[in-house]
Ligand binder design. Structure first.
Ligand code: TRP
Length: 455
């Protein structure tokens, strides 16, 4: 992973694997293992999964490629890139919106990341030992509605993220994630095997894979689209920023395809691990944001070596959350260092402080602030829904319109084909998708979800 200096030359990713690791590191996170199962659970399971996969393929991949194009073409941060490509136009506001969205996401993301730290600690002291499904639910309920403990872990997480971002990322996190992410993947596979052999697993698998389209509402469709944007880290300039560190010889289409494939695989595997456990332990799939924290400790208890697997798993979940939150913070830090010439350290510290204030409010909204509502939602739910379901798709909409209609085909084709070094066979398809399909689809989902149009 590259870090840029205020003056001097911007750095690049040195290898293809480095790019994939960084982009997949951003994409694969709590969105896959915590958010995907809980949102799928609230939206009826199977039908949600199908709609989700369609959105990833038809909207996610082209939108991701669009961000990479903007980034690599401009070699600049999320705001500077629009300024560089179309000087004097208001398009840079899309980048500004992205930076602001990043703050809001990081705020509630750090709440859940704090939970994973606490669960790592609980795994180490063997606190889940012998607990029933109900008792696990009670453990989570007591913990996440209390005031001090969740805030304590959240702050620890924010400090960890800030420390890595300040240190510069390439020597630390990139080196470790290349090893750690494959291990997380392996443990997830082991969990899947245990989960599908639990008594009553079939019910969970049927819930996840057997579509019941009578359950599909406008909300299901909006949330499937939001989850696709959230999980792929799209719509706020993460991939513009990372794209700006990608060298001219790399194939951007491959990068987008591989990252999207891997991210979706991890989400589905997490679902396959969690839903059988939901039914085996007598829980309800629609319990909401606590879902992963109620089920996973239970699965570990039912397997040999579960004590150790639980510790490693929650630790790696912390790492997965870290590589994602680094990308969230990096968007702001790249913006502040390049546009306002702040030092990397100052930019990181100031941004983290702002996130901490918002984030603590999000954490407390499960407990002492639970009656404080914004348009009927708690602070946490408000931030979660506003960013994923509205701000990210809106950012994505502007980004594809920019690449499809404002940039010219000579510029965009040059990025897809690496200045004609490659054929770019899919260029026509890509152009058609970002010009017509993606904008129309996003607009329709918005209009449908606010009830302006009916199917
Ligand atoms: N995609 C990450 C996850 O699934 C979260 C994330 C990181 C993100 N950077 C983002 C979401 C940018 C939206 C935009 O956990």
């Amino acid at each position: 992973m590259a870090k840029e200096k205020v003056t001097g030359k911007r750095e690049n990713f040195v290898s293809k694997f480095g790019i994939i690791a960084a982009a997949a590191g951003s994409a694969v996170g709590l969105g896959n293992i915590w958010r995907f199962p809980y949102v799928a659970g609230e939206n009826g399971g199977g039908a949600f999964l199908i709609i989700y996969v369609i959105f990833v393929t038809l909207i996610g991949v082209p939108a991701m490629l669009s961000e990479l194009i903007i980034g690599r073409r401009s070699k600049s941060n999320a705001v500077g890139s629009f300024r560089k490509l179309r000087p004097g136009s208001p398009w840079y506001l899309v980048g500004v919106m992205g930076v602001l969205t990043g703050f809001l996401i990081f705020a509630f993301y750090s709440t859940v990341a704090g939970w994973t730290l606490h669960y790592t600690y609980l795994a180490i002291i063997d606190a889940f030992h012998g607990l029933s499904g109900d008792q696990l639910a009670e453990t989570f309920e007591k913990f996440h509605t209390s005031a001090l403990l969740p805030v304590f872990w959240q702050i620890i997480f924010l400090i960890l993220t800030a420390a890595i971002v300040i240190a510069g990322i390439e020597k630390g996190i990139e080196r470790y994630t290349k090893i750690l992410m494959p291990i997380l993947f392996l443990i997830l596979l082991i969990l899947v095997i245990r989960a599908v052999t639990l008594p009553g697993a079939g019910k969970g698998l049927a819930f996840l894979f057997k579509p019941d389209f009578t359950k599909v509402t406008a909300k299901t469709i909006l949330e499937a689209m939001g989850q696709a944007f959230f999980s792929l880290s799209l719509g706020m300039g993460v991939l513009i920023t990372y794209g700006s560190y990608i060298q001219k010889r790399e194939n951007l289409t491959d990068v987008a395809g591989e990252v999207a494939f891997f991210d979706t695989l991890v989400a589905i595997l997490a679902g396959v691990a969690i839903f059988p456990a939901v039914f085996a332990f007598g829980l309800k799939p629609e319990v909401g944001p606590g879902l992963a924290f109620l089920t996973l400790p239970g699965i570990f208890q039912q397997m040999p070596g579960g004590y150790f697997f639980a510790i490693i798993f929650f630790l790696l979940l912390v790492v997965a959350a870290l590589t994602s939150s680094i990308s969230l913070l990096e968007v702001t830090v790249a913006f502040l260092t390049e546009e306002f010439h702040l030092s990397r350290k100052a930019a990181t510290i100031w941004s983290s402080l702002v996130v901490a204030i918002l984030g603590i409010a999000a954490t407390l909204s499960f407990g002492v602030l639970k009656d404080f509502k914004i348009w009927g939602s708690t602070i946490f739910d408000f931030l979660d829904n506003l960013t994923a379901n509205i701000l990210l798709p809106l950012g994505g909409l502007f980004i594809v319109i920019f690449v499809g209609w404002v940039m010219n085909t000579r510029e965009t084709k040059a990025e897809i084909t690496n200045e004609n070094a490659m054929k770019g066979r899919l260029y026509g398809v890509f152009l058609f998708l970002i010009r017509f399909v993606v904008p129309v689809a996003i607009a329709l989902v918005f209009l449908y979800s606010i009830g302006l149009i009916k199917l």
